[in-house]
Design a protein around this ligand. Structure first.
Ligand code: NOJ
Length: 571
């Protein structure tokens, strides 16, 4: 998870000025050399991914919690809006302390989400609609209720004792060292029965596995095979940086900052990002390869610098097909200069490797509010959709992003469900805000559930902001999403062409995608100013899609005037 919970950050967009009309001349031939296109032969190279948080997507058994049958019931919708692959966050049996990221059985479905037969049907029905299925693999830790841990904690000489990380108390009787949990407090919890501490990078109910024990690797890889055998297309691998810890147990350095719970913040130098992790990634790659090409691994990592992302592909491209790229998700505000620099840096570092772009997920405030200015959020939502769907590689959308769902935080600590929110309240209200139920209709519980109450409250905005309403409106965010997917699918330049940014306008991020004789230019006005962008073209260039409905199929000569936050694709 990122330390990016900067909710309600207003874009600092020249509010001092009234509308300013500026001209920026764009060179016809961008200075930077276009990079060679990504091989489109691999399905994930340009697939449109959609993350589903199953608790919140669609409930079919009226318990207020979404389920696998709910996902099946919405596959036609997903196929209809152009989704190529679903990443479904954990649905395995779990005490749900961290809502599924505390797994107590890696080879089954939690009854609240359905059955294995439902899962098999989901895979079959998705594949029938040409939609791939990606599951979540929680590699770093299990639940403290997992039979492995129950055995491990039962006695010091249990054969599974070494499957987790147990240490004696430090010299003063306290924890063995200063290692802290990302979710607050020490990362060591005392076990009174066996008189030792166990280690957990996350919550105490999520003890870290000891990956130095080869039996752990064997058992976990067998669970990976279990799901591949059921026909899935890949795994998103959770928390890949925290698999190993420093064997010398050196104390982590303090950063000098204070965390929202008042504790000193530490840098996770000795508990995150160890080189040894890559050995596990390579082994996991070989397990996925047993099932043939097309079985992919996505890694959850938040490296500090763009250049650091490269290592996760593996020195021989033998680790992750796609480490997640969160460098746009961690941008605190909409800023053309910062977005252009980030994308240019990524393209330069990754060259023609597969790339992905993500703006929202279940751990971070939704981009709708994070990058919105409070006034033009719907326009900004369309701009972000066009950007994700026209940059090189694979876009990741989080359920509800296609209708501009907003982050709705709990108002009272009693209502908080996420342990992170309980711990860090009120400075950080946790992750419930981005996990509210999908808004399907204006009816009861937004059409998500017929239960008296859904597990998290449905935001009041759902009455008007929902799929049913937006399907009827040609200018809605959802209609724009569909049009942008249609444009993408019809354009070799967008699907697999090269990328080059154009010009250096401080307010408008402009780029060109080229393949063969086709060139698509995308201009994203990330400001509340009207901006004139000179395209420097000799021939007329046609507007293929614009977030401004008045502009449909306009032909532009040498320049285009963009409304505040307008997003346009030209060919
Ligand atoms: C990252 C997941 O995305 C997050 O939701 C979870 O709490 C932690 N890993 C721990 O598994």
């Amino acid at each position: 998870m990122a330390g990016t919970r900067g909710f309600r950050i207003l874009a600092l967009l020249s509010l001092f000025f009234a509308i300013l009309v500026a001209t920026w001349t764009v060179a016809q031939h961008p200075k930077s050399m276009p990079l060679s296109p990504a091989p489109a032969s691999e399905w994930w190279g340009n697939a449109v991914f959609y993350e589903i948080y199953p608790r919140s997507f669609m409930d079919t058994n009226a318990d207020g919690i979404g389920d696998l049958n709910g996902i099946i019931s919405k596959l036609d919708y997903l196929a209809g809006i152009g989704i190529d692959a679903l990443w479904i966050t954990p649905f395995y049996p779990s005490p749900q302390v961290d809502f599924g990221y505390d797994v107590s059985n890696y080879e089954a479905v939690d009854p609240q989400f359905g059955t294995l037969a439902d899962f098999d049907r989901l895979v079959k029905e998705a594949h029938r609609r040409h939609i791939k299925i990606i599951c979540d693999f929680v590699i770093n830790h299990t639940s403290d209720r997992h039979p492995f841990f129950l055995e491990s904690r039962s006695s010091r000489n249990n054969p599974k004792r070494d499957w987790y990380i147990w240490k004696n108390a430090g010299p003063s009787g306290g924890p063995p060292n200063n290692w802290g949990s990302l979710f607050g407090g020490s990362s060591w919890t005392w076990d009174a029965k066996t008189m030792q501490y166990y280690y957990h990078f996350f919550y105490a109910a999520q003890p870290d596995l000891n990956w130095r024990n080869s039996s752990v690797a064997d058992a976990m890889f067998n669970s990976v095979r279990f799901w591949f055998r059921r026909g899935i297309d890949g795994f998103r691998v959770d928390a890949i940086d925290t698999i190993f810890e420093d064997p010398k147990m050196s104390n982590n350095p303090l950063t000098g900052n204070i965390r929202p719970d008042g504790e000193p913040e530490q840098g996770y130098k000795y508990t995150s990002g160890l080189q040894e992790n890559h050995g596990v990634f390579r082994k996991l790659r070989r397990v996925a390869d047993e099932f043939g090409p097309g079985h992919i691994l996505l890694g959850e990592t938040y490296p500090p610098k763009v250049a650091d992302l490269l290592a996760y592909y593996g020195s021989r491209d033998d680790e992750f097909e796609m480490p997640f790229n969160f460098f746009l998700l961690t941008q605190p505000k909409l800023d053309a200069k910062a977005f252009r620099k980030t994308v240019d840096d990524l393209e330069r570092v990754l060259r023609n490797r597969p790339i992905n772009y993500v703006l929202s997920n279940h751990d971070n405030a939704r981009a709708y509010d994070r990058l919105g200015d409070g006034t033009h959020n719907d326009e900004i939502a369309k701009l972000l959709i066009l950007m994700l769907l026209t940059l090189r590689g694979s876009p990741f959308f989080y359920y509800g992003e296609e209708i501009g769902m907003k982050t709705t935080l709990p108002q009272r600590i009693e209502d908080v469900r996420d342990p992170v929110g309980k711990r860090f309240w009120p400075k950080d209200k946790g992750r419930d805000g981005e996990r509210t139920p999908m808004q399907w209709t204006g009816g009861r519980n937004a059409g998500f559930s017929t239960a008296p109450k859904s597990w998290l409250p449905v935001p009041s905005a759902a009455a008007t902001r929902n799929v049913a309403v937006m399907e009827q409106d040609r200018n809605s965010i959802l209609s724009f999403f569909k049009n942008a997917v249609r444009l993408r699918r019809s354009s070799p330049a967008i699907l697999s062409g090269s990328y080059s940014s154009i010009g250096k306008d401080p307010c408008v991020f402009v780029y060109s995608r080229k393949s063969g004789g086709q060139e698509v230019i995308v201009a994203l006005n990330m400001s509340n100013q009207v901006r004139r962008i000179s395209l420097g073209r000799n021939a007329p260039i046609k507007v293929k899609l614009s977030s401004n409905p008045a502009r449909a199929s306009e032909t532009v000569l040498d320049s285009i005037l963009l409304a505040p936050f307008e997003a346009v694709a030209l060919e």
